[in-house]
Design a protein around this ligand. Structure first.
Ligand SMILES: Cc1ncc(COP(=O)(O)O)c(C=O)c1O
Length: 383
C-alpha cells in the first residue's frame, strides 16, 4: 500500500493492522495459477485467522486447513467448501467436532487413528482421513523443517506398518499429508519435493494396498522478510508443475498460509517518542512485538516506510524530529527485546509520524503475545 488510505479511519495514536481483501484475492489467484492444473488450493488459516481474511480466502480458494477446534469453528462459520483438520494434539472433543463438520482429518499418530475411528463409530458416521507422515527424507530448506527430523508432527514412516494394521470401522483413509517445511524460497527444491511426495505416496499406497485418492503436500511457499521484493518464484513452480504427472484420481492438495496472506497485511504504528541513549536513536512506537512478534522471534529487522503525518502539533513546544539518522524501531514493552527493526536510516522522522511495516499479513498478530503488559490491542482495518 503506497497511499495512506487507512489513515482517515485510524484511531490516534495509530496502532493498526490493515488487511486488504483485494490483495488476498490477488495472492490466491497468483498461487492458483502456479499450481498443477486441477490441484486443490486450501488456505492454512493459522497464518491469519481474522474472520474477514478467512472468509475472503475461503471464497478465493477451495477451502481451509485448520489446526484447532477454534479454527474449525471459524472455518465452518466462513462457509468453507472443504475443511482439512490437522494438528498433533487434537482432543476427543475436537475430533468429534471435525467429524460433525465433515472435515477431512489429517491423522497425526497411531493413537489418534484409533481414537478417530472410535469417535466416528460412536457418532454412527464415516470420516475421511489421511495419514500425516514424517518421512525419513527432509523436504526443501526453509525456516522450519517438520519432517526428515525428529518433530511431534505426523507418523514416522517406520510406524506405517502399525498404522495400517489398525482395524478401521469408520475411518476411510484416502492418502497422505506430507507438509514438510515452512517458508521455503527455493522453487526448484519445492517442486522436486512435490514430485517426490507424489511418487512416495504412490509407492507407499501400493505397498499397503491403499486406494490412493489424496496427497496433501502442505504449505511452505515462502517470502523474504528482509527483501520484500523476494518470494518463492511462482514462475519456476508453474513451469515445473506443468510437467508434473499427477496420477489420475489423485487429489493433489496444497495448503499454504504465508504466501496467501503475507502481502495483504500492513502493521502501522505511530511514533510516540524519539530519543537517543548511548549514541543510538530510538523511535518508540504505540505497538511493538506484542502485536508483531516475527522480527524478535526470527531475529531480523523488518523493513518499514515512514508515513508522514502532518496533523497540527497539539503542544506549545516543538515537535521532536530527526533527520538523516539511523533509528531502532522499538515498542512499548519493558524489555530491550521489543525491537521491530534496528539501525534503519530515515531521512526525516517526527513524533506523530507512522511507521508502516509491509508483508505482515501472515504470522503477524496471530503469533504474537498480545496481552503482555496489557496494552490496548491494535485496531484492525479491513479495506
Ligand atoms: C500442517 C501445516 N499446513 C500448512 C501450513 C502453512 O504453512 P505456510 O504458512 O508456511 O505456507 C503449516 C504451517 O506451519 C502447517 O503446519
Amino acid at each position: 500500500m503506497t497511499t495512506p488510505e487507512f489513515l482517515p479511519v485510524a484511531e490516534r495514536p495509530v496502532s493498526a493492522y490493515v488487511y486488504s481483501r483485494a490483495a488476498l484475492k490477488a495472492a490466491a489467484a497468483r498461487v492458483r495459477e502456479a499450481l498443477p492444473p486441477g490441484a486443490t488450493l486450501l488456505y492454512a488459516m493459522k497464518a491469519n485467522g481474522h474472520p474477514d481474511v478467512v472468509t475472503t480466502l475461503a471464497a478465493a480458494t477451495d477451502g481451509l486447513e485448520v489446526a484447532s477446534g477454534g479454527e474449525l469453528a471459524l472455518a465452518v462459520r466462513a462457509g468453507a467448501q472443504r475443511i482439512a483438520f490437522g494438528g498433533p494434539a487434537k482432543t476427543d472433543q475436537e475430533l468429534e467436532a471435525g467429524v460433525r463438520a465433515g472435515a477431512l482429518i489429517h491423522v497425526e499418530s497411531v493413537l489418534e487413528l484409533r481414537r478417530l475411528d472410535a469417535i466416528a463409530t460412536a457418532a454412527g458416521t464415516r470420516v475421511d482421513a489421511a495419514l500425516r507422515v514424517n518421512r525419513a527424507v527432509a523436504g526443501p530448506d526453509g525456516s522450519h523443517r517438520m519432517t526428515g527430523t525428529p518433530t511431534p508432527f505426523g507418523i514416522a514412516d517406520s510406524d506405517l506398518d502399525a498404522a495400517f494394521a489398525v482395524p478401521l470401522s469408520s475411518v476411510v483413509l484416502h492418502g497422505f499429508h506430507l507438509h514438510a517445511v515452512s517458508n521455503s524460497l527455493d522453487a526448484e527444491a519445492y517442486a522436486a519435493f512435490v514430485a517426490d511426495a507424489l511418487s512416495w505416496s504412490v509407492a507407499t499406497a501400493a505397498r499397503y494396498r491403499l486406494d490412493l485418492r489424496y496427497v496433501n503436500v502442505g504449505g511452505g511457499l515462502g517470502v523474504s522478510y528482509t527483501d520484500h521484493a523476494v518470494s518463492i518464484d511462482l514462475s519456476v513452480l508453474r513451469e515445473r508443475f506443468a510437467a508434473l504427472a499427477v496420477p489420475p484420481g489423485v487429489d493433489l492438495v496444497f495448503e499454504p498460509g504465508r504466501l496467501l496472506a503475507a502481502d495483504a497485511g500492513w502493521y502501522a504504528a505511530e511514533v510516540v517518542d524519539l530519543k537517543r541513549t548511548h549514541g543510538r536513536w530510538f523511535a518508540v512506537l504505540r505497538g511493538g512485538t506484542h502485536h508483531f512478534r516475527l522480527p524478535a522471534a526470527w531475529g531480523y529487522s523488518h523493513p518499514f516506510t515512514v508515513l508522514p503525518v502532518d496533523d497540527a502539533w497539539p503542544w506549545d513546544f516543538a515537535r521532536p524530529e530527526v533527520t538523516e539518522v539511523a533509528v531502532d524501531a522499538v515498542g512499548e514493552l519493558c524489555t530491550p527485546r521489543d525491537v521491530l527493526a534496528r539501525g534503519v536510516h530515515v531521512s526525516r522522522l517526527r513524533v506523530g509520524d507512522v511507521l508502516v511495516f509491509a508483508r505482515t499479513g501472515a504470522y503477524g498478530w496471530d503469533i504474537s503475545h498480545h496481552d503482555f503488559l496489557r496494552h490496548a490491542h491494535p485496531q484492525v482495518i479491513v479495506v
